[in-house]
Design a binder for this molecule. Sequence first.
Ligand code: 5GP
Length: 192
Amino acid sequence: MATQQGKLIVFSAPSGSGKTTIVKHLLTKPELHLDFSISATSRYMRNGEVNGKDYYFISPEDFQQKIAENAFVEYEEVYKDNYYGTLKTEIERIWAQGKHVIFDIDVVGGLNIKQQYPEQTLAIFVSPPSVEELERRLRFRQTESDEKIAMRLAKAEREISRAPEFDVILKNHDLETAKTDAYQLVTNYINK
Ligand code: 5GP
């Protein structure tokens, strides 16, 4: 596959919608030729996360430096003082391997990628059953304080209102069904 034929598959959704699980599932399928765009972030590293695998964990100063160097395709202060961004070098790295890039990024970031690469991007919005179910999932995960959960829920409501701007809305009411549907969507798109 030539470099310029690589595609971009964006999964965006409110935190807790299951998009990370779906993305990880697709990455286990070698026939899809996908590789994960590892974002840079200035947030703290959670238990079990690996630097250079889940994210490039960098300091807020280094993050600002990369902004100044114009190193990002898109970046955002997703939560207060927590920056996240897609490095240009990630897309280049993955396309150079002849693979398609898969992203797990927030709604604004996902739409930014789509806007910059309209011909090569499939933007999928993963929709949770309801905001109440999202809250239940976030509490069950036990990775965030009550205050942070409240922040994520407020953001979720704003994000859900932008779902119609995506190419596809993938309902995640049942995880196994959502995984199968995601596999089908990506297969159809990359073989187009
Ligand atoms: P978390 O802190 O739960 O890992 O991620 C918080 C949010 O930031 C999630 O919605 C995640 O998808 C999003 N995110 C991760 N990487 C990026 C990125 O590079 N750009 C943008 N815009 N959002 C990102």
